[in-house]
Ligand binder design. Structure first.
Ligand code: EZ4
Ligand code: CO
Length: 404
């Protein structure tokens, strides 16, 4: 079998998605997600201008060899653009291989290690009463675990709150300039324990509660927050510091027993080296889409497993259903599965990317369709062309740019 066509499809059914479609001489097709939120066209160029010409004529069964030749052959290794492009190729090849075998991808990864995949959903509110309503809504949808994010007194727009409307539906950042959010770390550190207190008081001790600090704290601030949240037994504290400084997590780790989750912006195993070998974290958060595909993410999970660290694949709306499908197959197969973030997509997005995976009673299952189980409606995709979009920028009260 040979690859005869490599096509990059950009579509915006409410937000931008980049998809690689490979076609073989036997008529099999494979899809891979290459969406890099806010920098989409850089990956389109990487794929269309530099990778697609290398793919035609290759045997699609040679996944490891193709991955290594794209990673090592570029000379310029790592980085989100490169790794999103390689991820799309990797997933499209796994899709083809599994279709050729007539099996759902998870069967090629060792088969099911569980019956279904536990998820967490996003609850948020501008204030605590609104957040409590939002938690109630997620529980009514069946979510077994909930991430809680709240507005902070004195701040007008905060991560995880300003990007949803009153009904909890995502507000899309389809605009030509970044939205500016504001930030005050002291106000945040004062408020978050009160948020946990209120949610525990309302929903009791059993509901797993997660929280995302979105890279905004220094190590000593993160240590403080981790300690302050201990009485409420959080499931995890996510991205407490900008963790490209891996050593920073040593201070946090020795200061608190609050579990730590890190890695949604990482793109290779090297970003995790100290975090895993020194057991500084509890969950690895990388997405298939941003980590070079199923091949390296499986290796990461196996590495993490030796240190009792579990998987928690990033699952925001900006991972397309193609990237989500690949994640769900991995989740079902790996032994050290932890939890899967899942927000779902708009009905229009689910129409452009028809998928076999299902979400029932708060749990995902990849389904039994051969491959990853996603079909791209190219006509519908073309009817919704790319629209410029940026992630927000964060500023302190005096105007200083802060981590977003
Ligand atoms: O901000 O995917 O845990 N989830 C997150 C996400 C990220 C977006 C960035 O594109 O932190 O909401
Ligand atoms: Co996050």
């Amino acid at each position: 079998m040979k690859i005869v066509d490599a096509k990059v499809v950009v579509t915006s059914p409410g937000r931008n998605f980049v998809t690689l479609k490979l076609t073989t001489d036997e008529g099999l097709t494979g899809l891979g997600d290459a969406t890099l939120n806010g920098r989409e066209l850089a990956v389109v160029s990487y794929l269309a201008d530099h990778v697609a010409p290398l793919l035609t004529g290759l045997d699609p069964h040679r996944i490891e060899d193709t991955w290594q030749s794209l990673y090592r052959g570029a000379y310029w290794r790592r980085g989100p653009v490169t790794m999103a492009a390689i991820a799309a190729v990797d997933v499209a090849l796994w899709d083809i291989k599994a279709k050729a075998a007539g099996l759902p991808l998870y069967q090629l990864l060792g088969g099911a290690s569980r019956e279904r995949i536990g998820t967490y959903g996003h609850a948020n509110g501008r204030d605590i009463p609104e957040l409590l309503d939002s938690v109630r809504a997620r529980l009514a949808e069946g979510y077994p675990a909930v991430r809680i994010q709240s507005g902070i007194p004195g701040l007008k727009a905060v991560y995880g709150v300003s990007d949803t409307d009153d009904t909890g539906a995502p507000v899309l950042h389809q605009q030509a300039r970044p939205l500016v959010e504001d930030w005050d770390t002291a106000a945040y550190l004062r408020h978050v324990p009160a948020v946990f207190e209120a949610v525990r008081a309302e929903f009791g001790p059993e509901l797993p509660l997660l929280h995302d600090s979105h890279h905004r704290l220094t190590p000593i601030q993160a240590a403080r927050l981790g300690r302050d949240l201990e009485p409420y037994r959080p499931f995890w504290l996510e991205d407490c510091t900008p963790a490209e400084n891996q050593e920073a997590l040593r201070l946090v780790r020795r200061s608190t027993t609050t579990p730590l989750a890190v890695g949604e912006v990482f793109n290779t195993v090297y970003d995790y080296q100290a975090l895993i070998t020194e057991q500084l974290i509890d969950y690895v958060r990388s997405a298939v889409t941003h980590f070079g595909g199923v091949t390296p993410l499986r290796k990461l999970f196996d590495f993490a497993a030796q240190y009792q660290i579990k998987s928690a694949i990033h699952g925001p709306e900006d991972i397309s259903p193609v990237g989500m499908a690949a994640a769900v197959h991995l989740d079902l197969a790996v032994h050290n599965f932890g939890i899967q973030e899942f927000s779902g997509h708009t009905p229009l997005t689910d129409e452009v990317f028809r998928h076999a995976y299902t979400f029932t009673d708060g749990h995902l299952h990849p389904g039994e369709a051969p491959g990853i189980g996603v079909e791209l409606d190219e006509e519908l995709a073309a009817a919704h062309p790319y629209a410029p979009a940026y992630l927000p920028v964060n500023r302190l009260h005096d105007g200083t740019v802060h981590d977003w």
